[in-house]
Write a protein that binds this ligand. Structure first.
Ligand SMILES: *Cc1c(COP(=O)(O)O)cnc(C)c1O
Length: 221
């Protein structure tokens, strides 16, 4: 697997050269991450707390760790001190726990809210109504140790590119709608994390600012 060549090919294919690339290194050995680091990558995505925990001390200090998977509330404390961005915040309960852990260490932890855009039942995330409900909750306004930096979504796993495009477009629409509302100061919507190896080009066409790419860089898992 030529990680450097894959990275170059992926970067070259970008529809939007400004879009940030998160290299999804879950299940891959530390040598693979180091190879990507040497090729210039600083942003790495992992989906298991335990795996981030053992990989983090093995990598240079300027590595930025992105938690991209479903995160259990009881594990937030293990990554709170160093995680660069938590992409998959899919409930108010989890957001409150992140806030609590941030408070303990006096750090406002950067997060994205995961939005349910796929047809599949299994994908986690808020829907529009749940988001509105949370924003209207008086407890939401008291959050002091999270920074909500944007939204994240995963499209349906399908060959139907029209459907994938429609789902990404819906996420961008929601992002724009929210941006036009008045929101508390800890909500600064800047990022839309959407697009993986199979659909990042469509995602970029639909306004993604951050793509999470694993297999196209590191090979199949
Ligand atoms: C694994 C994973 C990715 C990367 O998937 P690839 O298809 O390998 O690019 C992106 N986002 C999330 C949330 C993932 O779990």
């Amino acid at each position: 697997m030529d990680i450097k060549a894959n990275l170059l090919a992926v970067k070259k294919s970008f529809q939007n050269p400004e879009c940030k690339l998160i290299a999804v290194s879950k299940t891959k050995p530390i040598e693979a991450l180091k190879e990507a680091y040497e090729a210039g990558i600083r942003d790495f995505g992992e989906n298991k707390v335990q795996e981030i925990q053992w990989k983090q001390p093995e990598m240079p200090a300027d590595t930025r760790w992105h938690m991209i998977g479903h995160l259990q509330s009881n594990k937030v404390k293990y990554i709170a001190p160093f995680v660069h961005l938590i992409h998959g915040v899919d409930s108010f309960k989890l957001l409150k726990e992140i806030n609590k852990q941030g408070k303990k260490i006096d750090r406002a932890i950067p997060v994205l809210l995961q939005i349910h855009i796929a047809e599949e039942e299994s994908k986690f995330g808020f829907d529009r109504a749940e988001l509105t409900e949370m924003f209207a909750d008086s407890e939401f306004l008291t959050l002091s140790h999270v920074q909500i930096k944007g939204l994240m979504g995963m499209a349906t796993f399908t060959e139907n590119q029209g459907q994938v495009r429609k789902e990404f477009r819906g996420l961008k629409q929601l992002f724009d709608d929210l941006k036009s509302q008045s929101l508390p100061p800890f909500v600064q919507l800047e990022e839309i994390s959407m697009g993986m190896s199979g659909d990042y080009l469509i995602a970029q066409e639909e306004g993604s600012t951050m793509v999470r790419i694993g297999s196209a860089i590191f090979g199949a898992r």
